[in-house]
Write a protein that binds this ligand. Sequence first.
Ligand code: EPZ
Length: 419
Amino acid sequence: MYSLVLKGGHPLEGEVHVSGAKNAVLPILAATLLTREPCVIRRAPELSDVAFMARVLTSVGAKVRIQDGAITVQAPRVRGFGDYELVRKMRGSICILGPLLARLGEAQVSLPGGCVIGPRPIDLHLKGLRALGARITIEGGYVCARAQRLRGTSLFLGGRAGPTVLGTANVMMAATLAEGVTVIESAACEPEIVDLAHFLNAMGARISGAGSPTITITGVRELHGAEHEVIPDRIEAATFAIAAAATRGEVTLRGSRPEHYHAVLDKLVEIGAKVERRLGAVTVKGARRYRPADITTQPYAGFPTDAQAQMMVLLTQAEGISLITERIYESRFMHVSELARLGADITLEGSTAVIKGPTPLSGAPVMASDLRASAALVLAGLVARGETRVKRIYHLDRGYEKIDEKLRQLGARVTRVRD
Ligand code: EPZ
């Protein structure tokens, strides 16, 4: 296993290129199963989750080649049976269910495990696919789905925490080959869903309304191959923006789409950081003093749950009491106890974290638990005086491409060491 060793107190300065979006490329890779023709996905980030998804596609019969950030997938024949262990280990792979069902009329995919941020149910995925006419049973830990021909319908996909991103992706992909028109109400509006719809339409699908709560899909007989460049990763961009503010540095983000993380930039300005947008670049400049803030995570375009842990680190440096309420997941506060080891003063009241600041942070060994909590610990290590060792950074490598290299280019004192 590997750890990151950070020596804090150095402001981040310079430019960083934002990689392709993990949460866009995963469903887009699944969508390549909808055609027997080759597809080329460009700007794919070099992440363990992407490599994992490539293995999942291979396990159902696709040929996958990864070269210089471009992934070529060809699936002339596919099996409806996803490797149990593979699919169980990465939730994102649940989105091969819709494409396999639409292409073959049957699919067996293992139930995704929960993870530290919550049980991660898929009841809405199954509700949507059943509405399209699939017969679905749960047998031996597998989702077993069958359908002679999927039929278009109108369906409501909202859950108790609002829309489902991958649920919308699964149903939208299945509906591309269904007979007739499908209307998804309470669809997820995330940019990753819009990117997936762009790719599907390039394959010959007929989708409108992506990015709004109502998506309309008119089924077609078959889809053809396509090439696509993935959108930039808005959560990676948000993470570096927050890191610039937290270290009181000045960082220019190249290649990001600021409109995709507007809620985060808006909050940084409210707290006291400076944000400039110029010619496709975003520059974030830290300030000497920060105001406290009140944040509630929401579906897009609200404040993203995937940037909540990172923002909490910055708020430990604000002068006063800040509140962060997590409305998307049941338990996405695993980072709080680890931040306390570094000196943060945070108490949990149900789904709200109360952050008292400013508190000086001092380095200590901490343990990563999930992808974004790990990012928060790295940010805290950049701020804390002394040395911080973040263990189990395989969590981090799932969603951040070469994060230690990118941070070193910005002047951070960070090294990757084998435990
Ligand atoms: C996607 O997960 C992202 N992952 C997550 O990012 C992100 O946090 C999440 O969307 C919310 O924005 C990928 O895109 C690979 P959901 P997803 O279905 O689609 C409940 C990261 O850090 N729900 O939108 O799995 C669910 O429990 C990851 O990059 C149901 O109740 O999330 C949650 O409370 C973490 N039933 C809420 O909806 C369902 O059938 C949102 O979940 C599905 C979801």
